[in-house]
Design a binder for this molecule. Structure first.
Ligand SMILES: Nc1ncnc2c1ncn2[C@@H]1O[C@H](COP(=O)(O)OP(=O)(O)O)[C@@H](O)[C@H]1O
Ligand SMILES: [Mg+2]
Length: 360
């Protein structure tokens, strides 16, 4: 039976005699539903690993409580929490075969030999390593070693699976393959999982829910679609995908709409989460794929000049200078739609409905 995880007001302060205190995690409140996969996403040093290690019990929180399956485990030893932890560097036993690496956790638990053999064979089958039982870690590729690390954890049937940047040592192609395999296994075994990564694409592709962290705090949480389409801050918008920030001034405030001007063009944006006043300087955020370029004006549209064209096969990326602001636009399938040239003047068609208004 899958168990949920709850973090209530969890903080971690590392005391440094010289550097002063490091507030690695600040007042983190997080609920992971049974069977759910939640990703902690954020830049290096934002506290992801520390949060994960506290769930595992490798670190004690400075404040707050941690519950697994409704039970307070804050003071419970790691080996009593029934968690599985997949490390970034695999942490396999180099002198043990694949079989022994995977069955180790079962031996420790005193599972009889016959059952051990069966369970190890089943799990190696699940992760696609059948036939490799006798090999040693140094006879395996990075991807295969990561599968052993995963098998070793899954075989113990943990209530909770914790993964710390498990794919960062693999090349790009293997990463994409392994992340969908991890997701498939996680779903079919219904394992409650917390997955740590700094890779936004990985987070979007693998998660039920994404928690974006910055400087030890949760910036925003939501489904991948919510986080991408409705970022609540420039940090989240910029960390997940690319985003343009148009400097603008508020010219009108209605009940659930705000109109702001960027140069000579006004855009009406719906429902900002913050309070706002006429005259205020704000940023209008818009994704490059929501900026359409055209050589003819079609209603009021800012005019810009293309300063760089990057052809990427399936898409073309444009850097555009517009009223002293650098903007990016992307157009897909350029072979079909044609491309603009460097130096060309273009009109930028943007809809207020694709924009998000934030503080400047
Ligand atoms: N054992 C430790 N002792 C002191 N400082 C630490 C320790 N572990 C992490 N930190 C500090 O806590 C902050 C968060 O680190 P970490 O959780 O590893 O971030 P992330 O995994 O997001 O890169 C960093 O400033 C890091 O230097
Ligand atoms: Mg880390």
């Amino acid at each position: 039976m899958a168990k949920g995880i709850e973090l209530k007001g969890v903080s971690k302060v590392f005391r440094h005699p010289e550097r002063g205190d490091v507030h690695a995690v600040k007042q983190l409140d997080l609920t992971v539903q049974p069977g759910e996969l939640v990703t902690l996403l954020g830049p290096s040093g934002c506290g992801k690993t520390t949060a994960l290690r506290m769930i595992a019990g490798f670190e004690n929180p400075t404040t707050g409580r941690i519950l697994i399956g409704g039970q307070d485990v804050t003071d419970t030893m790691p080996n009593r929490r029934n968690i599985g932890f997949v490390f970034q560097n695999y942490a396999l036993f180099p002198h043990m075969s694949v079989f022994d690496n995977v069955s180790y956790g079962l031996s420790v638990k005193g599972i009889p030999k016959v059952e051990r053999r069966e369970r190890v064979a089943h799990v190696l089958d699940l992760v696609g390593l059948q036939g490799m039982e006798r090999r040693f870690p140094n006879q395996l590729s990075g991807g295969e070693q990561q599968r052993v690390a995963l098998a070793r954890v899954i075989v113990t049937e943990p209530s909770v699976l914790l993964l710390d940047e498990p794919l960062s040592n693999l090349d790009a192609k293997r990463r994409v393959q392994m992340r969908s395999e991890i997701r498939r296994l996680q779903r079919s075994l219904n394992m409650t999982s917390v997955y740590v990564t700094h890779d936004q694409e990985e987070a979007l592709s693998i998660s039920d829910r994404v928690v974006v962290m910055n400087l030890g705090e949760m910036e925003q949480e939501g489904t991948p679609q919510e986080i991408y389409a409705h970022p609540e801050s420039q940090f989240v918008a910029g960390f997940i995908g690319k985003v343009n920030a148009l400097p603008a001034e508020v010219v009108r405030v209605d009940r659930d709409e705000v109109t702001a001007s960027f140069g000579a063009t006004s855009f009406t944006v719906c429902g900002p989460s913050m309070s706002i006043a006429v005259g205020q300087r704000v940023s209008l955020l818009i994704r490059p794929e929501s900026v359409d370029l055209s050589s003819e004006p079609d209603g009021p549209a800012p005019k810009g000049r293309i300063v760089q064209v990057t052809y990427l096969g399936e898409k073309a990326e444009y850097d555009i200078e517009c009223d002293g602001t650098q903007l990016k636009a992307v157009s897909f399938d350029p072979a079909r739609h044609g491309m603009f040239a460097q130096g060309q003047e273009v009109y930028l068609r943007m809809q207020g409905g694709s924009m998000i208004l934030t503080d400047q």
